[in-house]
Design a protein around this ligand. Structure first.
Ligand code: ADP
Length: 551
């Protein structure tokens, strides 16, 4: 066979080299725990990541070793994102909101050899320490306090490097990063990302019909760097030379908006709950922040209610919607209205924007029902299944966990969706959240979306509760905004316009707060447990009472 192109590997070291050569002066800004802003450049980052790689090799890292990070979103974590793979290792981001026991389970399962930890997170490390087997613990002295002798001081490790790193001869299929699912629906499972997957995923983020990331962008990843690679932003930004602005531990809406204003942020990313906080703040303090016109908020992880998209639009902030998962590096779809939709009326356009979007190039998707593949008719629900170069082919160190892959090799997402003829996906539920009433399926996501359009509703979750006749019936758990009220009857009437009678929740309960998972999603499993003894017909008894005060 004739030779075709060069066998040039798609590795993260190319991105690192490119950022150092082409964007040396571009800024990376990090908010530190003491609220001060630290400024670095891509030149600093380039040297830092290479020095870290050298240091890790001196400590004994060998190809394929996992190096865990227990770190906030900042410049030093970005250095680990690239320095560890540049040494031939795998950067394994640990979810610092998990319980210490879960963290030690994950560390053991992943077989991490080293840990890099922010000094401010040492108390958390101490809690998980007994169950872990790290050979060396590298401490990043964010506070400037001296590092205890039992640990490796990251600054000292970097200082000892002499800039003589030769990258290992990396294969693009080797592991470069690793992340465990946050365990919303089961035991956390590890996904090992190849260099190739991360590079291709980064390139996909540059498409105009995806995140359209470019050198002129200023990116604020609010999504934690332990949550599915911070949705790919830390890998894609150095590829194009976009400025990065990291929030550190200061994730309250006002701090984020201050940062966005001050650093002229063009795109920020986070889950709906974070963005609801942003919407509340811009409404409460109208005119306080002079944000860049056209600021985009990339939202995923859970479905943003359509009402949120509308609220933000009023303040010149554009919510852009994406869907993905840990097993998909994470992006699989992105929602942009098609050009011919521009002339649609406002309501129709908002409806499109609340969909999860169309598949990214090289992501194949299909919906599968009991009878096989479902048509792309926007009506027939099926389990969404994926295939592509950045979709996991197995879980790490779990040879028996094959049930998530179909016999013909597609990844079974566990999300129930409809796909319309243009290829727009609409997630209707996670299969574990589905409400089956008398054999008919009710979409909790659709009901939540409608409830959150009520001006008095801050957040709403709809869950299944047992019913002797219908097996399950929907129960709406509602958080009201401060100072306003809505009755169950009002909410029922709101839904009656859009839903069939049998789809409307039997009961509405009003609570102070809906619990969230470690990655900021509504924790429906916990709600189901809490309300499991509540009869779905208990409406009149429970309707207007605050269950939190009854506990
Ligand atoms: P976990 O499975 O532990 O929650 P992930 O963050 O990987 O961890 O979760 C992926 C899941 O999050 C998807 O399968 C889907 O159910 C949900 N999800 C992600 N993005 C969206 C979105 N835009 N709309 C609705 N659901 C979403």
């Amino acid at each position: 066979m004739n030779a075709t192109m060069m066998p040039y590997p798609l590795t993260l070291t190319h991105i690192l080299e490119r950022s150092g050569k082409l964007f040396p002066k571009t800024a990376i800004v990090s908010r530190m725990p003491d609220r001060s802003l630290q400024r670095h450049t891509y030149d600093d980052f380039y040297r830092h990541a290479r020095a870290l790689a050298e240091g890790l090799i001196r400590l004994g890292l060998v190809r394929g070793d996992r190096v865990a990070t227990l770190m906030l979103n900042h410049y030093f974590h970005l250095g680990a994102y690239f320095g560890i793979p540049a040494a031939g290792g795998v950067v394994h981001t640990l979810n610092l909101r998990l319980a210490p026991m879960d963290l030690s389970f994950i560390e053991n399962h992943a077989g991490d050899r080293f840990l890099t930890v922010d000094d401010v997170l040492l108390p958390l490390y101490e809690k998980m320490r007994a169950g872990t087997k790290f050979e060396r613990v590298i401490v990043v002295p964010l506070t400037g306090q001296p590092v205890a002798k039992e640990f490796v001081d990251c600054e000292a490790l970097l200082r000892e490097s002499v800039n003589d790193l030769t990258y290992p001869d990396l294969d693009e299929r080797e592991g470069a990063a690793m992340c465990y699912t946050s365990g919303t629906t089961g035991v956390p499972k590890g996904v090992l990302y190849s260099h190739r997957a991360l590079v291709l995923h980064s390139l996909a983020m540059l498409f105009a019909d995806c995140a359209a990331l470019a050198e002129r962008d200023v990116i604020l990843p609010v999504v934690p760097m332990f949550h599915a690679n911070a949705w790919g932003l830390p890998f894609a930004a150095p590829l194009v030379g976009a400025r990065l602005v990291f929030p550190g531990p200061h994730l309250d809406p006002e701090s984020l908006l201050d940062l966005a204003e001050q650093e002229r942020v063009t795109i920020a990313a986070g889950v709906p709950t974070v963005m609801m906080g942003i919407a509340d703040a811009v409404e409460k303090y109208a005119g306080r922040w002079k944000l860049l016109p056209g600021l985009r908020l990339m939202v995923g992880g859970a479905a943003p209610p359509e009402a949120l998209i509308r609220r933000l639009d009023k303040h010149g902030i554009r919510l852009v919607h994406a869907w993905g998962m840990t097993e998909a590096t994470p992006l699989a779809t992105w929602c942009n209205p098609m050009p011919q939709m521009e002339c649609w009326d406002a309501d129709a356009k908002y409806e499109v924007r609340s969909r999860q979007g169309r598949p990214l190039p090289f992501v194949d998707l299909r919906g599968v029902g009991a009878e096989g593949e479902v048509p792309w008719d926007g009506k027939t629900p099926g389990e969404l299944q994926l295939r592509g170069p950045w979709i996991a082919s197995s879980y790490f160190n779990s040879p028996d966990e094959q049930s998530k892959w179909s016999d013909d090799g597609w990844f079974r997402t566990g999300d129930v969706a409809t796909i319309d003829p243009d290829g727009y996906v609409r997630i209707r539920d996670r299969s574990k959240d589905i409400i089956k009433s008398g054999g008919e399926w009710i979409s909790s996501v659709d009901l939540e979306n409608a409830l959150m359009a009520h001006p008095a509703v801050a957040e709403a979750a709809v869950i299944a509760v047992f019913h002797p006749k219908w097996q399950e019936r929907p129960l709406a758990v509602v958080v009201l905004r401060e100072g306003v009220t809505a009755t169950a009857q009002e909410l029922r009437e709101l839904l009656a316009d859009r839903f069939a009678r049998w789809q409307i929740p039997n009961a509405f309960v009003f609570v102070q707060e809906i619990p969230h998972t470690s990655t900021g999603k509504m924790f429906k499993a916990q709600l189901r447990e809490r309300f499991k003894d509540l009869s779905a017909d208990a409406e009149s008894h429970f309707a207007c009472r605050c269950l939190d005060t009854m506990a």
